[in-house]
Ligand binder design. Structure first.
Ligand code: HSE
Length: 338
């Protein structure tokens, strides 16, 4: 429990959703880029708003909590606060609020959040997830970690719903848990943390905008059985490869026969980029989340840097402005610095 009015700092990592074959179920967090946030709680007076969002960057994202992804996630947390206090009080046979010195009802809490987005919105590396997940992990820390990580994933999914129209947790789960995660089910939520061998991640973010809602609306609603068989073979292969540290199996399984053929049309030079990155030694890769970023996994840092060179060369060649990152898998998820 952190006293009222005291700011805490939060680092919320970018995430790569889908991991090529695992649409809406697989994802991993990376060490760079990440969003910086600060949050504090104050006593809420009268009917003033329960959440204040302060943008510290130039993206001009909405500050109305109901229209801001961090706001939507925090509102979901506050909605369950009273119930949670009651539950804990019964379990521990004490008044949880009195023991923890926190307000005995959500009606008396106000959160103030400062957001400095270093992950560009619409880049395909979980920008909205970082804001939603960062906000609820920070708020939970302030109130003495009343909620579990699974609860926080559920709350943060409200931010994803706002951003893309659908609740999906393949960015939120790795952002909160760190590492590689499998979302086995959303309703009820079941997140499985997966181990992974050391992997280097190269990401290129071509400076075009692909809205997740648009990238979802173009997808086919039906798949052929033979495509589904290939896809679930790859998902199982990827999970097995990660668990057995079998790099070749990981590489072979990074194949998507359902989503990528449709979405790759939105990303200039996609097929060629994938080809040259693999020639440079990458295990494999594909669209990060709904794009436009593309990621590649490599066994060594040297290969990851060669892959970055290929990406730069290709996009410089066609005159497409872009940013690249060479990073590793983030194993901690959102970090709080009190
Ligand atoms: N699984 C989601 C999608 C991730 O591909 O639409 C969005 O970042």
């Amino acid at each position: 429990m952190v006293p009222a009015n005291q700011w805490i700092k939060i680092k919320a990592p970018a995430t790569v959703a889908n991991m090529v074959c695992g649409f809406d179920i697989l994802g991993f967090a990376v060490n760079n880029p990440y969003d910086e946030m600060e949050i504090r709680w104050m006593e809420r007076l009268g009917d003033e708003p329960s959440i204040t969002i302060i943008n510290m960057d130039d993206y001009q994202l909405p500050t109305d909590p109901e229209k801001n992804v961090a706001g939507a996630a925090l509102l979901a947390l506050l909605e369950e606060y009273d119930e949670k206090l009651k539950e804990i009080s019964i379990e521990k046979n004490i008044l949880a609020a009195a023991a923890g010195n926190i307000p005995n009802t959500a009606a008396k809490i106000k959160f103030e959040v400062k957001i400095n987005k270093l992950i560009k919105p619409g880049s395909g590396v979980g920008s909205s997830a970082a804001s939603s997940a960062g906000a609820v992990v920070g708020a939970n820390y302030l109130i003495g970690n009343l909620f579990t990580k699974d609860d926080l994933v559920r709350f943060a999914m409200n931010g994803e719903k706002l951003a893309s129209g659908v609740k999906h947790a393949d960015n939120i789960a790795p952002c909160i848990f760190g590492g590689v995660t499998l979302v086995r089910s959303i309703f009820p939520l079941e997140v499985v943390a997966l181990p992974s061998p050391q992997l280097f991640v190269t990401i290129v973010h071509p400076q075009i905008e692909v809205r997740t809602a648009d990238a979802r609306s173009i997808l086919r609603q039906k798949v052929l059985l033979k495509e589904a068989i290939k896809q679930w073979g790859n998902i199982a292969g990827l999970v097995a490869g990660l668990m057995k540290s079998d790099y070749d199996l990981i590489g072979r399984s990074l194949e998507d026969v359902i989503i990528e053929p449709v979405r790759s049309i939105l990303i200039p030079g996609f097929d060629e980029l994938k080809k040259v990155c693999k020639q440079a030694g990458a295990l494999g890769g594909g669209i990060s989340g709904s794009g436009p970023s593309i990621f590649m996994l490599s066994k060594t840092k040297e290969i990851a840097i060669s892959v970055e060179k290929e990406m730069n060369q290709l996009y410089d060649g066609i005159g497409l402005p872009h940013h690249t990152y060479v990073t590793t898998i983030n194993q901690t998820g959102v970090e709080v610095e009190a």
